[in-house]
Design a protein around this ligand. Structure first.
Ligand SMILES: [Zn+2]
Length: 122
């Protein structure tokens, strides 16, 4: 995927993660300025992991817990350089979909199959 798209997706994920983490971190979080910096993802993933360790997840709704996990996983995939591929079929997920839903793990087709609750056999 294009670097421009990846950068923009990365910013969105970091911002979303920050919004969730802000609910748990007492200290004011500094504005994230430089998402180009190497450590931004590492730092934010660390913070997300701390939230898990603090066992404050019961203060999150199920939806928020799921989001936290999905966003963290997406950031880890960016770090590992495997971001943007469908976890199910391995095909690249469209940039349009990733921009609309940066935490997406699956392409539209696989997601649709999943939501129907099974593999469509043909
Ligand atoms: Zn797929």
């Amino acid at each position: 995927m294009r670097k421009k798209v990846l950068d923009s997706v990365k910013k969105k994920l970091i911002q979303k993660m920050n919004d969730i983490l802000e609910m748990f971190e007492k200290e004011e979080i500094e504005e994230i300025g430089d998402t180009e910096s190497e450590n931004v993802i590492g730092d934010i993933v660390d913070r997300a992991n701390n939230i898990y360790e603090l066992q404050v997840l019961d203060r999150l709704s199920e939806y928020e817990q799921q989001k936290l996990q999905e966003i963290r996983d997406a950031l880890i995939r960016i770090e590992e350089g495997v971001y943007g591929k469908c976890m199910s079929c391995g095909q690249p997920i469209s940039e349009k979909r990733l921009l609309a839903m940066p935490e997406a793990k699956m392409c539209v087709a696989c997601k649709a199959k999943h939501e129907k609750g099974g593999v469509i056999s043909r």
